[in-house]
Design a protein around this ligand. Sequence first.
Ligand code: KIV
Length: 295
Amino acid sequence: MNEPGDRFIGLEEKRDEAMTETLYGGVTNRRITIRDLQQAKTSGERWTMLTAYDYSTARCFDDAGTPALLVGDSAANVVYGYDSTVPVTVDELLPLVRGVVRGTSRAIVIADLPFGSYEASAEQALATATRFLKEGGAQAVKLEGGQRVLSQVEALTNAGIPVMAHVGLTPQSVNTLGGYRVQGRGEEAAHRLLTDAKALQNAGAFAIVLEVVPASVANAVTSALHIPTIGIGAGAGTDAQVLVWQDMAGLRGSRKPAKFVKEFADVGTILRDAATCFADEVRVGSYPSEEHTYE
Ligand code: KIV
């Protein structure tokens, strides 16, 4: 008869075997974990994270092998049309997390804690993060800030919730930063950023996003930390890169792209053309043709 612990026998050996796999071309039959991301830092493998907000695009990115998907509070802008990330709520983000989790079998899914849902206390952060894991199905959460969120990072990590930190340009603080501007410029600001990053690592963060900081500062943080750094507008020296998928794929609408954005496709034009072709064919009567019609 099986003993209760039998299902764990041999698991550690299997896991250690899996740890030698790479993020790209390896790990095919399970979800990426924070240990895999840590292993990539150790082996020097660079990787990408993309935002995702729904089932269909999450499936595409999972099929493409993107190891980490972030249900960012940037959904405020690109899904809900707000002009900053400040207004978006837990209740608006939770359904998006569920869709992304259902659309993936391999990528680790990280849910962003929105403004106002974690700053007050470690207890508030724990309650919110728990909802994203239990109700949303995410495997990790992200929150913004340095020293001021250390107790939150520690509480979540101690509760078994992996935390991705985020420093530099933290869009939820746009009102105190005085706009979306480069952070960490100058000796003092660079030192503060490095100190924050180290403190977040010590508090238990498994990775850290560095947003819109000089490359030299991002490089210094990356070499000082043993956890992965994920850059956005932070130069080429971070361990990974993240982009909002609409920026990456050219679906920005009329907004001018930031300097760090590279459009790897023009999905906006492709969608507009498809909608125009659909309308043209309906108007002249060539769609639906026999091929698309039931007898
Ligand atoms: O919300 C978001 O999309 C983000 C990334 C830009 C890192 O925080």
